[in-house]
Design a protein around this ligand. Structure first.
Ligand SMILES: C[S@@+](CC[C@H](N)C(=O)[O-])C[C@H]1O[C@@H](n2cnc3c(N)ncnc32)[C@H](O)[C@@H]1O
Length: 220
């Protein structure tokens, strides 16, 4: 992509600092988070569908936030499947746990942990990343998440990126939008470039006139 400013905020902050910034942001955002997700709901549904989940499979909701995707993922794997989810924000995690308790789902297991320290009791068949930019920009987080999946596992990633050149004047707005939600804003030209080289059959589809993307692949 071209047309984006040469430098757009901190690019390579240490993981600990990015994580601390993110935790603070979501402390403030958690209560109102769900109300902001309407415009990206069709992307969420498309990204779940891209995983082509089968009944009985195990799927991981990476940075699950308040758990907005859990029902979709659980519907796709059925009663015999398993949905894992994790988040580092205590407030977002608490919201996701409340959702699971209210629904009475016994096959949804949540963890309060940074992606960088993630360990699961069993390998998953699919990884779902929905608007988890900070996790995608951390090499150690990407490695830890990929290590939780079996070879050949399906991967679907959706998030924000810069517009293509013909809408580039809008990219400072994209940067500011991203900054509201992430500890490491910026790096929006190819935010998938830490995970895509680790996957097979990577395929990218722009969404939202190029301000978003859905990428799919398989764990090598
Ligand atoms: C934009 S929200 C997306 C939440 C959810 N995936 C959704 O689509 O509604 C990003 C989430 O990633 C979480 N997050 C950011 N960095 C993380 C990290 N290093 N480890 C775990 N969670 C992280 C945040 O706490 C936040 O809940």
């Amino acid at each position: 992509m071209s047309g984006a400013p040469a430098r757009q905020g901190p690019a390579t902050l240490p993981d600990a600092e990015v994580r601390a910034r993110s935790v603070l942001k979501y402390r403030k955002r958690a209560a109102g988070y769900d109300a902001t997700c309407g415009p990206t709901w069709p992307i969420r549904e498309r990204t779940v569908a891209a995983l082509r989940l089968q009944p009985g499979q195990r799927v991981l909701d990476v940075g699950c936030g308040t758990g907005l995707s859990l029902a979709l993922l659980r519907d796709a794997v059925g009663e015999s499947g398993l949905v894992f989810g994790f988040d580092q924000s205590p407030e977002m995690y608490a919201s996701a746990c409340a959702r699971v308790t209210a629904a009475g789902w016994s096959n949804v297991l949540l963890y309060e942990t940074p992606a960088q320290a993630l360990r699961l009791p069993e390998s998953v068949d699919a990884l779902f990343f929905h608007y988890t930019h900070d996790i995608l920009r951390s090499a150690s987080a990407v490695s830890a998440v990929l290590a939780c999946a079996r070879p050949g596992a399906a991967v679907a990633v959706a998030s924000i990126k810069y517009f293509p050149w013909w809408l580039a004047p809008l990219n400072p707005w994209v940067y500011l939008k991203n900054r509201g939600y992430n500890g490491a804003p910026g790096e929006l030209r190819a935010p998938w470039d830490r995970i895509a080289p680790r996957l097979l059959d990577w395929h990218l589809t722009p969404v939202q006139f190029g301000m978003g993307y859905i990428g799919v692949g398989r764990v090598a």
